[in-house]
Design a protein around this ligand. Structure first.
Ligand SMILES: [Cu+2]
Length: 116
């Protein structure tokens, strides 16, 4: 009896987490258009748990690489974003997250993640 109660609690907890995981991004997403070989804005402040979506509006491919040019820090990494391509990442911890485009290393940006 005790055991099945605990299992039920875990199942209920998972369901709540699953729902909030699905719903949360829609309320908190920030969009970073990539246009004219720049990330807009280049510095973005968000709250923990927010999901950021990059969209490539250029006619050239770009990517989003965590770190500073030449020094990847492996925290997040997109595939090659062809024109119209997108990449999303959810930032769950406070911090400063620098990134750049590995094809055009002069394209840099920073996400500052703060507590709500
Ligand atoms: Cu680029």
């Amino acid at each position: 009896m005790k055991r099945s109660g605990r299992v039920m609690l875990i199942l209920a907890g998972s369901a709540v987490l699953g729902l909030s995981y699905l719903a949360f991004p829609f309320f908190t997403s920030s969009i970073i258009p990539i246009q004219d070989f720049q990330f807009h804005p280049s510095i973005l402040r968000i709250e923990t748990g927010a999901r950021v979506l990059w969209i490539n509006y250029d006619v050239e491919p770009h990517d989003v690489v965590s770190g500073i040019p030449g020094v990847r820090d492996q925290r997040y990494l997109s595939n090659l974003l062809n024109p119209g391509g997108t990449f999303a990442f959810t930032f769950s911890e406070i911090g400063e997250y620098q990134y750049y485009c590995s094809i055009h290393p002069y394209m840099t940006g920073k996400i500052i993640v703060e507590d709500p």
